[in-house]
Design a protein. Structure first.
Ligand code: SF4
Length: 489
């Protein structure tokens, strides 16, 4: 999973587009913490800066003065293809015979091997091992008159999940694959965010001098003061150019299948998707969970922070009190030291600490949003028991994950998914809970009040909207393997 942001801001300060894209990206940090980057254009030249690390450490104030121009795209990465190395950070950049192009990509392609066969010179021409690098090379090579036409030529051959922000010298382009697996929204900057004294005082700018942004989530529109305009539609290209209204170009018929996990867990609770506020959607999932899996207990506690909305809903529907039973250390990032087995045995915990006063002697309903391998939930149950909890009843506001994701979420291979190899009772025994209940697919849909057909539920029910590759095990590092064999073409 990744976060993407794009901005076109004509007539502002020279670095306003870069600053806006950086701030917008900052609101998407939860979507990827491995690397961050930005590419800008002043109308003639593209400039790119990227590095491994969190957004705040990569894109700080010192970088801004050199990132000039009214066009910018930005990206933060959580790897689903290729290793965490500098070369694989995004945006990608490529100077082709017809155009220079930079891309930020959220999602995962499923026909990378096939696409590699289309690239003249094969794998040896790619400096990085991501599917995005390959897509960038194909687009830069494409002998079309402009980038939009190149996208129209190349994208029909590309399968899988891709929400893209694309930058060339004169445009920022938003693209969503025909299923729309990953979100992408269009926003408009109100006049108040521009320097005073410009034309069109009062209200929004006219479309001719408006600022426009693209983002993975609506929450980051709020952060930069942009108004939500609409979603980029599945199968649509939206072209942003200074001094013009956004232009829509369709490259494929829409067959919508938005990742339902975005609504259950990944996206921010203050974002909106499919017209639903995600906090409220998750709270309602908790209500459904209480209806499907009631239990006699003393209180409901969330696994912080992501389980909080569903726990609130469970508490309301069940009539049980809601308490914060665990403290989460928000400063324990991914790169922080991991405890050894011996440290774990001694009860060393980095992120979560139960509050003994709250949980001791109590029968707890513990609400979380997912169980993947089961090891984290096992750890949480163990911590709560050590803190004196009398009973621990685990409730999950999503169905069991039986199948891997090929569309940009690293839910690991099938054999590592506990639900794929254990019954619910066996999983309950493994995590050491007194009872375990998952929300059903029907319950998720009831909470969303939307039809099944709008979403991808593949990791829950195996109905993959886009056929997936057979070489499951090696899919993440497919271009690294291919480097060893020299690739095709
Ligand atoms: Fe989302 Fe699961 Fe579909 Fe992947 S398989 S896109 S995680 S619903």
């Amino acid at each position: 999973m990744c976060g993407v942001f794009g901005a076109v801001i004509p007539g502002g300060e020279p670095t306003e587009a870069a600053a806006t894209a950086t701030l917008g990206l900052f609101a998407l940090q939860h979507r990827g913490q491995e690397s961050a980057g930005i590419a800008v254009s002043d109308g003639e030249q593209l400039m790119l800066y990227k590095d491994l690390g969190m957004i705040g450490s990569v894109l700080d104030e010192r970088r801004l003065p050199s990132l000039r121009g009214p066009l910018a795209i930005a990206h933060c990465r959580y790897s689903t293809t290729g290793s965490t190395v500098w070369e694989n950070a995004q945006p990608t950049y490529r100077q082709g015979p017809r155009r220079a192009i930079a891309i930020g990509h959220n999602g995962n392609l499923v026909n990378t091997r096939e696409l590699l066969g289309l690239l003249h010179g094969g794998r040896a021409r790619l400096p990085a091992s991501t599917d995005t690098e390959l897509l960038t090379a194909l687009l830069a090579d494409e002998p079309a008159a402009d980038t939009v036409e190149a996208l129209r030529q190349v994208l029909p051959r590309v399968r899988g999940a891709y929400s893209l922000v694309v930058l060339d010298q004169r445009t920022v382009i938003g693209v969503r694959d025909p299923h729309g697996f990953r979100p992408l929204v269009l926003g408009k900057l109100p006049r108040t965010s521009r320097p005073p004294g410009g034309p069109n005082d009062g209200g929004l700018w006219s479309d001719d001098d408006a600022g426009w942004v693209l983002s993975s989530e609506t929450a980051s529109l709020d952060m930069v003061g942009a108004e939500y305009v609409r979603d980029v539609e599945p199968g649509e290209i939206v072209v942003l150019e200074p001094g013009r209204s956004p232009r829509s170009v369709r490259f494929a018929e829409a067959t919508p299948a938005l990742c339902v996990f975005e609504l259950i867990y990944f996206a921010r609770p203050d974002s909106y998707m499919e017209g639903r506020n995600l906090y409220e959607a998750r709270r309602r999932m908790g209500e459904q969970l209480a209806i499907e899996h009631p239990i006699d207990a003393d209180m409901v506690i969330p696994v912080p922070d992501t389980g909080a909305p569903a726990a609130a809903g469970y508490a309301e529907a069940s009539g049980l009190p809601y308490r914060e039973g665990m403290y989460r250390n928000r400063y324990a990032g991914r790169t922080f030291i991991q405890p050894s087995q011996g440290m774990r045995h001694r009860g060393v915990t980095i992120k979560l600490n139960p509050m003994r006063e709250v949980v001791a002697g109590k029968r707890l309903v513990v609400v979380d949003d997912s169980i993947v391998r089961g090891t984290t939930t096992k750890r949480i149950v163990d911590l709560l028991r050590r803190a004196g909890a009398r009973e621990v009843h685990v409730r999950i506001s999503a169905p069991p994950i039986y199948h891997p994701c090929f569309y940009g979420i690293d839910t690991s291979v099938e054999t590592e998914l506990i639900a794929a190899t254990h019954t619910v009772d066996e999983t309950r025994d493994f995590i050491g809970a007194d009872s375990l209940g998952y929300l059903s697919i029907r319950g998720v849909l009831a909470a969303l009040d939307l039809p099944y057909e709008r979403f991808c539920f593949a990791c829950f029910d195996g109905n993959y909207p886009e056929p997936v590759p057979y070489d499951v095990e090696g899919r993440k590092f497919i271009l690294e393997e291919t480097a060893l064999t020299g690739g095709r073409g």
